[in-house]
Each structure stands twice: as C-alpha cells, then as structure tokens.
Write a protein that binds this ligand. Structure first.
Ligand SMILES: [Mn+2]
Length: 286
C-alpha cells in the first residue's frame, strides 16, 4: 500500500466571519463556537467596528487569532473618514459616523487608523489546490446592494474572475451559498454582530452568524452556515457603561434587528435630542 501523503490528506477547518460591527460579545460567542469545532484558520471579511461599543479589545482578539485575511469593509472607510474629519456632517448619516469615530478615538491610536486605511479590497488564499477570493462586497467595490441574496446571477458572477474557485464575501449580513455560472462556489457567512430582522420565518434570526468551511483532499467537504446565541444584555450593558453614542438605536438593533444606518430622519432626530451636532462641531474644529 502506498504511503499516505500527509499534506494531501490534511484537513483545514476555516472559520469565515464578517461584519462584527463593534459587537464584542457576539464575536466572543462565535470564536468560542469555532474553537469548539476545531477551526484551524480564521478569515475575516471586514466591517470590524461601529455601531457597537467594542473597540481595541476586538482588534486585540483578531490579532491574537492570527487572522490571515481582512479585506477592507465600507465601515472601515467610514470610521477612518470620521476620524480624519472629512465627512459632510450636515448629512445626519455622516454625522452618525463622525460621532462614532469620536467615540472610538478614546481607544484607538494613529497607527491603528493607518492600518485600517491601508487594508486591501481583496485577499486571495490557496488551500488544497483551490483558489479562494475574499472581498467585503464586490472585489472592486466594498459597498452597495448588488449582492443581496435575491440579486441576479450576473451580479454574483462579478465575484469570479478567471482562476477563482471559491468566492467569499460579507456586507449583506445574510448567509448564502450559491454557485457562479462556471460552477464556482460562493459563500456569505452572514454577520457576527449586526443581524437584521429579515422577512420570513426562516430568515428572521438575530443570533451571531459565521461559516465553517472544511477543506480536505482538495475538496470542500462541508459548508456549515452556523448561528450562535450570545448574551445581548451583556453587550448592551457594555454599551451603557462606555457611554456609547446612539445607544437606544443600538439596543433596537440588537433586540429587534432594526437597522438605522440609512434612516436619516431618525438619525437626525436622535442627534438633535442628544446634542451630537455641537459635540461633533467641536471635534471637527479642534
Ligand atoms: Mn459592510
């Protein structure tokens, strides 16, 4: 009998996760689950901080994990833009991001912002003879609605340049497995920390999400779209303790899955009631 080639037989269990959005409690629950399932690799797909209270401790955990990928999310761009004070704060949404950057400034140093600003839009990994392409949304555009699950095949094929076998993306906060026109695999692990109340009984689930990919002997043995319970009250207590701006909206986000990022009337009213425009004016003009 020929000797087994150990490398060819090696099993890799890859935990793919995205869109932590400052939710440290959800991240710890996901990582505990991944460790329990013997994950050997950790691939992140962007959107690390905001609107949750988590900050430097999340970056420290990612550093300790030895994350081998981090394509830049659109919220990395917005956080850096807020910190650089280049967003138009007459727009309630841009005021929201700038006020959140102001909150993050108490925890993050200049080197961290510089690192976030320089993250690439795509990362490529070769495992078991397969080429994986990772991006936050599209490989050339880390924002937009092109890749929500009900969008057209042509949009999804934009993830797949020649030579790519598996495309991994985040951003929509919805788990998905589908195929490219050439038979390539496309996976979205959903969101760790910012689940939305999606329509339908099946999709309405506010737990922390990620995907566990098993690669063995040059094949994908399984794609496990996992959902993990976490302590939302502990997360909200952390937000309260730290004086998180827009706290009530964060609470609604966690408990009811309501997203406010694009709800300018609510963001404007909340900012007015809490004096954020004055605070941000002082910050921007400092
Ligand atoms: Mn995003």
């Amino acid at each position: 009998m020929p000797e087994l080639n150990k490398d060819a037989q090696a099993v890799r269990k890859i935990a793919v996760f995205a869109d932590v959005h400052g939710n440290y409690t959800a991240l710890r629950a996901v990582l505990a689950d991944a460790h329990r399932h013997h994950a050997s690799d950790f691939w992140f797909l962007g959107d690390v901080l905001l609107p949750g209270p988590g900050s430097h401790e999340i970056l420290e955990v990612l550093g300790q994990l030895g994350i081998t990928s981090w394509p830049r999310g659109n919220w990395e761009d917005l956080l850096v833009g807020g910190h650089q004070k280049i967003l138009d704060v007459t727009d309630p949404q841009r005021l929201y991001f700038t006020r959140q950057a102001m909150y993050q400034d108490q925890f993050l140093d200049a080197a961290t912002y510089a690192k976030l600003a320089q993250l690439p839009l795509t990362v490529t990994h070769e495992v078991g003879g397969l080429t994986f392409r990772l991006s936050h949304n599209l490989p050339f555009k880390n924002y937009g609605q092109e890749l929500i699950p009900t969008e057209s095949q042509a949009n999804f094929d934009q993830l797949l340049e020649p030579g790519v076998d598996v495309a991994l993306y985040g951003h929509t906060h919805r788990q998905l497995v589908r195929y490219g026109s050439g038979g390539q695999l496309i996976v979205n692990p959903g969101t760790v920390g910012m689940a939305f109340a999606n329509p339908g009984k099946v999709q309405h689930d506010l737990r922390a999400m990620y995907a566990l990919l098993t690669v063995s002997d040059a094949r994908i043995s399984s794609v496990d779209l996992r959902k993990v319970e976490y302590d939302k009250n502990a997360e909200l207590a952390l937000a309260k303790r730290r004086g998180l701006p827009y706290y009530d909206l964060y609470q609604d986000q966690l408990l009811a899955g309501v997203g406010y990022t694009h709800n300018r009337p609510v963001l404007a009213a909340y900012a007015a009631a809490h004096g954020y425009l004055q605070e941000v004016d002082a910050y921007v003009n400092k």
